[in-house]
Design a binder for this molecule. Structure first.
Ligand code: 17E
Ligand code: FE2
Length: 419
């Protein structure tokens, strides 16, 4: 008697871990992976042929701002291209937010992401905004999409925890309302002292409310912006290590080597996660340089080489900081390959891992992540042979299976020679 599954995926070239690829059939039952073996003796309500193409756990978007997504041009376009003009434009736009506005833009962005294989997302929500509408809009979106995509929300004080008198209180209120992660922006606090104080406060809040930490840290070309060392010191002393993430850290690309090597040494003592956002920082940074112009991206290769957990984020989709983007994580991985000079074969594969497993580690969802028997059936089928092929061609994601259900399919473009 052959087994009957809800969904059966034949002829998969399965990326079972960053280190193993196996040719298997996958049986899915009641939302879980029920069987993984070559040539399963089984039938199913729905059977798909993966044609020996790459089957992978879904992409993980570890850093995006869904509250501002799809607002490009409102009320105006960013002419200087800087982070700071972006913050000013957003400050104007956020005066007119409504819960429905935030929720709907977030859901449409999440749909674009899911159609391209993203099923786990961490989004920042600006909580330096009087009524916490951005946060409440994202929490409403989180609830609305939970059957098909997992959304984590970071309480992110865009204008600084100490930038205006009410912000510190709004930050704590956001955690009471249910934000999953404590955020921060020390390099944009009014003074260096405020920046340091903000990092200490973030760790206190994370301990008090039992939350993860993800700080926008040193997102500036200033080689004197050194809040990462404060984050690392707090991570070492508190033992919070892997619960802590430093996002952007673009100044790390500008530090002199004497300082950078010392810092890399301190980092070996803690499992702090890093998130680079190469699409956005290659355009936002270097704006005050003439030539040579800095790349403005953190030291991805060196962090990866010494075993630090590094993931990649898209950061923006059509917002005051970046007018482009569709939420495609292969665009992000491809940009990282270029900007971070990750062009060796193992390095290209590593960039794929940075938008999958490494992101899962940062989000602390590893236990349920990966295509393994007993785990929730979340996976994607790519129109690609392997990780390198997927990044090089920015391959179409043919099928997205979420919680055991076929969520969305896309046909790759067909080339037709006419003569
Ligand atoms: N806010 C910020 O401080 N940095 C960014 N890269 C974006 C928003 C997108
Ligand atoms: Fe960001």
């Amino acid at each position: 008697m052959s087994t009957v599954y809800d969904l059966l995926l034949r002829h998969c070239c399965l990326l079972r871990s960053p280190h193993s690829v196996e040719t298997v059939d996958i049986g899915i039952q009641a939302g879980k992976i029920a069987a993984l073996a070559p040539q399963l003796d089984a039938t199913a309500a729905l059977e798909l042929d993966a044609q020996y193409q790459l089957v992978s756990p879904p992409f993980v978007e570890s850093h995006i701002h869904l509250d501002s997504a799809l607002t490009v041009g409102e009320p105006r376009w960013n002419q200087s291209g800087t982070l700071f003009e972006g913050i000013e434009i957003w400050r104007e736009r956020k005066q007119t937010l409504s819960l429905e506005d935030v929720k709907q833009r977030a859901i449409s962005t999440l749909k674009q992401q899911a159609a391209q294989g993203v099923l786990f997302v961490r989004s920042h929500a600006d909580v330096s905004e009087a009524n916490l509408i951005a946060l409440q809009g994202l929490l409403a979106a989180q609830e609305a999409v939970k059957e098909w995509i997992t959304l984590q929300v970071v309480a992110f004080p865009q204008d600084g925890i100490y930038g205006s008198p009410q912000n510190a209180e709004l930050m704590e209120e956001a955690l009471k309302l249910g934000a999953d992660v404590v955020g921060g922006i020390p390099h944009y606090e009014l003074t260096q002292e405020d920046g340091v104080k903000s990092v200490h406060r973030i760790f206190e809040l994370a301990a008090k409310y039992d939350r993860l930490i993800d700080i926008h840290c040193d997102e500036i070309d200033d080689d004197q912006s050194r809040f990462l060392e404060v984050v690392v010191a707090n991570a070492i002393r508190s033992g919070m290590g892997s619960r802590v993430t430093a996002s952007h850290t673009t100044a790390f690309g500008s530090y002199n080597n004497a300082y950078a090597f010392k810092l890399l040494g301190f980092l070996r003592r803690t499992a702090v996660n890093f998130i680079a956002n190469p699409l956005i920082n290659i355009t936002l940074q270097g704006r005050t340089d003439t030539y040579p112009k800095r790349r403005g991206v953190t030291r991805v290769k060196e962090l990866w080489q010494q075993g630090q957990n590094v993931s990649l984020g898209h950061d923006c989709v059509q917002d005051p900081w970046y007018s482009l983007g569709t939420g495609n994580m292969l665009d992000v991985a491809s940009m990282a390959v270029h900007v971070c000079q990750m062009t060796g074969t193992a390095e290209i594969d590593a960039c794929y891992d940075m938008v999958t497993w490494n992101g899962a580690k940062t989000l602390h969802i590893e236990d349920d992540y990966g295509v393994e028997i007993g785990k929730p059936a979340n996976l994607i089928v790519l129109d690609a042979h392997d990780r390198y092929d997927a990044i090089r061609r920015r391959a179409t994601v043919r099928h997205v299976i979420s919680q055991g259900r076929l969520l969305v399919s896309t046909l790759p473009p067909q080339v037709e020679w006419q003569g």
